[in-house]
Design a protein around this ligand. Structure first.
Ligand SMILES: [Zn+2]
Length: 543
C-alpha cells in the first residue's frame, strides 16, 4: 500500500491498465466521439424552438444560421445544453490562487458543428470571462441567462471541427443560484451533478454530449491538484507551483468532471486483476479515513461478479476537505474514476458505509460508463446503484435504516408506498426538477428492477444487465433502450410490463408476490418527514 505525494505520482502512468484488452479497438481511441442519443426535441417550448431552428436550417442550408438554442429540451431541465454542435473534447486548465482563493482557468472546446453556425452557445454561469477565441482568432461574446454566446469573425461550417477557447476567472465561494464548486479551506472540489458543471467551466452541459477530457491543475507546492483519469504529466513551474495533467481515456459527461486542489495525500493500492486504485485524501484526515478506503478492493471484486469488468482505467475516493454538511447536496457523488465524499460519512464502521460505498461504485457502470440520455432517465443510475448497494448490504447481514435484513422485506416495504410515491413525486421514469433526487428514483427504481428479476428469473436478469452495459458502454442510454434490451434478452416483449412499472400512476402487481399490497394515498408530507433514509435532498436507500 504505497502512498506518495507530489512528483512520485509520475509512476502512476508507467504501465497503463486496460479494462477490456480483448475489446481494445471496439471504441477507437482516436475517435473522440461515440454515437450519441439524440434527445427528443418535442414536448417543450424550448425543444420546439430547437426543432424549428433545425427545419429553418434545412431550408437555407447554405446560409449561416444563428443558434436559436435555449437548451436541448431535456424533459427535466429544458434549458441545459445547446444544439448545433457536438462537443468532442475539452482541454481544461485551472490555476488556483491561494491569496484570493479564486481560480484562473481556460477551457478549450473542440466542437463539430452539425450545421453552419454564425454563433454558438455554451452553458456558463458565474464565470468572469476575459477573452474568447475561435480557431485562434478573437471572437465576440455575450452572456444571457446561463448561456455564453460566442460569435466568431467568420461563420463555422457544418462538419468542420472548430476550437473555442474561453479564458475566465471563477470564485468557488461565489453565491450563485446553483453551483458546482465545493469550496474548502485551502482549495476546492467539484460536484456538478446534475446541471452545475457550467459554473466551473463553460460547456455543453448535458449528459448526452459526452466528450474526451484533459485537465491540467496548477497549485502552489504544498497543495496538490487532482482531476479525473490518469496523471500523465507533472511539471514544476520553478516559481513554487506545479502543474499536473490528467487524461480521461474514455468519454465523460460534463456532470462527472472532478477537479480539486487541497493539502492531499495520494494513496495507491492494487485492485482486482491489476486495476490501479488511487485515493486522494486530505492529509490531516488520512489515518482516520484509511479503514474506509481499504474497503474498495473487495467491493470492486463483488461488483465485477455482477456487472463485469470495471470499465475505467482507475478508481478512487476523494473525501472533500470540509466538514460543512451543506458543502454539496449528496453524501457521495460518482465523479468519474474519483468519487467525491463527505469525509465524516466515511469515518463510520463498515456496516454503516459499505452499502452506500457500493452504491457509488456501481455508478461507474450505471451513470458513468452508461450515462442517462436525459435527466428523466436518472432511475437507470440510481435504481441500479441502490439495487446492488442494498443487495451487498443484506448479503453481509447489515440491517438497513429500517431494520430490514433482506431485499425482499425492504422491497415489500417500498412496494407498499408505491401509489403514494407515484402520486406525490411521479412515476419512476417521469421526474421533475423539484423531485429528481427523490427516493422514487432510488429505491423506487430498485423496485422496478426487483419486479423485472421476479418476472424473468435471476439468470435472465443478470444477462439483461450485462447486455445493456455492453451495448451502451461509454455512451448514453434511454429508458426505452433498457426496455428494448430486457425484451431482446428475455425473449419476451416486456414493453407493457416495464412501461407500467416505470410510467404508470398505479403500482402494478408484483410478480411472484400476489400477497403484497399497496397502501392508500394520504396527503403529501415533506420529504424530510417521509422517513426513507438519508437527508431529504438525497433519496438513496443505501444510507
Ligand atoms: Zn447515486
Amino acid at each position: 500500500m504505497p502512498s506518495c505525494r507530489g512528483n512520485s505520482l509520475r509512476a502512476v502512468s508507467a504501465v497503463r491498465y486496460d479494462p477490456y484488452p480483448e475489446h481494445h479497438h471496439a471504441i477507437c481511441p482516436e475517435d473522440p466521439k461515440i454515437p450519441r442519443t439524440v434527445i427528443p426535441l418535442t414536448r417543450t417550448r424550448a425543444g420546439l424552438a430547437v426543432a424549428l431552428a433545425f427545419s429553418s436550417a434545412l431550408l437555407s442550408a447554405s446560409t449561416p444560421e444563428a443558434t436559436a438554442s435555449d437548451g436541448l429540451g431535456d424533459p427535466v431541465f429544458p434549458s441545459l445544453g445547446n444544439s448545433g454542435y457536438d462537443a468532442l473534447a475539452y482541454d481544461l486548465a485551472f490555476t488556483y490562487r491561494p491569496d484570493s482563493r479564486t481560480v484562473y482557468a481556460t477551457t478549450v472546446i473542440t466542437a463539430r458543428p452539425s450545421r453552419a453556425l454564425a454563433s454558438l452557445e455554451l452553458d456558463a454561469l458565474g464565470l468572469d470571462v476575459h477573452t474568447v477565441r475561435v480557431n485562434g482568432r478573437p471572437a465576440a461574446f455575450t452572456t444571457h441567462d446561463e448561456k455564453l454566446t460566442v460569435t466568431p469573425d467568420r461563420p463555422l461550417r457544418r462538419g468542420i471541427t472548430a476550437q473555442v477557447t474561453v479564458a475566465y476567472t471563477a470564485d468557488p465561494r461565489a453565491r450563485l443560484p446553483h453551483t458546482g464548486w465545493v469550496p474548502t479551506s485551502n482549495g476546492f472540489a467539484v460536484a456538478g451533478q446534475p446541471g452545475s458543471a457550467h459554473t466551473v467551466f463553460p460547456c455543453n452541459d448535458h449528459p448526452s454530449d459526452k466528450a474526451r477530457f484533459t485537465i491540467s491543475v496548477t497549485a502552489p507546492d504544498g497543495l496538490l491538484g487532482v482531476a479525473n483519469g490518469e496523471l500523465t504529466a507533472t511539471e514544476p513551474l520553478g516559481d513554487g507551483r506545479t502543474t499536473r495533467r490528467y487524461e480521461s481515456r474514455e468519454p465523460m459527461a460534463t456532470e462527472l468532471v472532478q477537479v480539486s486542489v487541497g493539502d492531499y495525500t495520494v494513496r495507491e493500492r492494487p485492485g482486482p486483476h491489476g486495476l490501479p486504485l488511487r485515493d486522494v485524501v486530505p492529509t490531516a484526515r488520512a489515518a482516520d479515513l484509511e479503514p474506509a478506503l481499504a474497503l474498495t478492493a473487495d467491493q470492486l471484486a463483488w461488483a465485477e461478479q455482477h456487472l463485469g469488468r470495471f470499465p475505467f482505467e482507475a478508481y478512487g475516493i476523494l473525501p472533500a476537505d470540509t466538514d460543512d454538511p451543506d458543502a454539496f447536496g449528496f453524501t457521495g457523488l460518482e465523479t468519474q474514476t474519483l468519487t467525491l465524499y463527505k469525509p465524516n460519512f466515511l469515518r463510520q464502521p463498515e456496516p454503516a458505509i459499505g452499502s452506500h460505498m457500493m452504491h457509488e461504485l456501481v455508478h461507474s457502470w450505471f451513470g458513468d460508463s452508461v450515462s442517462p440520455a436525459t435527466w428523466a432517465d436518472l432511475w437507470l443510475n440510481e435504481g441500479h446503484a441502490d439495487f446492488y448497494g442494498l443487495m451487498y448490504r443484506y448479503e453481509r447481514g447489515w440491517p438497513d435504516a429500517f431494520g430490514y435484513t433482506t431485499l425482499v422485506d425492504r422491497m415489500r416495504y417500498v412496494y407498499g408506498l408505491g401509489d403514494q410515491w407515484r402520486h406525490t413525486v411521479g412515476p419512476v421514469a417521469a421526474p421533475t426538477a423539484a423531485n429528481l433526487f427523490d427516493s422514487q428514483r432510488y429505491t423506487g427504481g430498485a423496485l422496478v428492477l426487483f419486479a423485472l428479476r421476479e418476472r424473468v428469473g435471476a439468470g435472465t436478469f443478470d444477462a439483461i444487465e450485462r447486455t445493456f452495459l455492453r451495448q451502451h458502454r461509454y455512451g448514453n442510454a434511454t429508458t426505452a433502450d433498457y426496455i428494448r434490451t430486457a425484451s431482446e434478452v428475455s425473449g419476451q416483449d416486456l414493453t407493457g410490463f416495464l412501461s407500467d412499472w416505470l410510467y404508470g400512476l398505479r403500482t402494478p402487481p408484483m410478480p411472484g408476490h400476489p400477497d403484497w399490497t399497496v397502501g392508500p394515498l394520504t396527503p403529501p408530507v415533506p420529504p424530510a418527514a417521509r422517513g426513507l433514509g438519508g437527508p431529504p435532498d438525497h433519496g438513496s436507500g443505501t444510507l
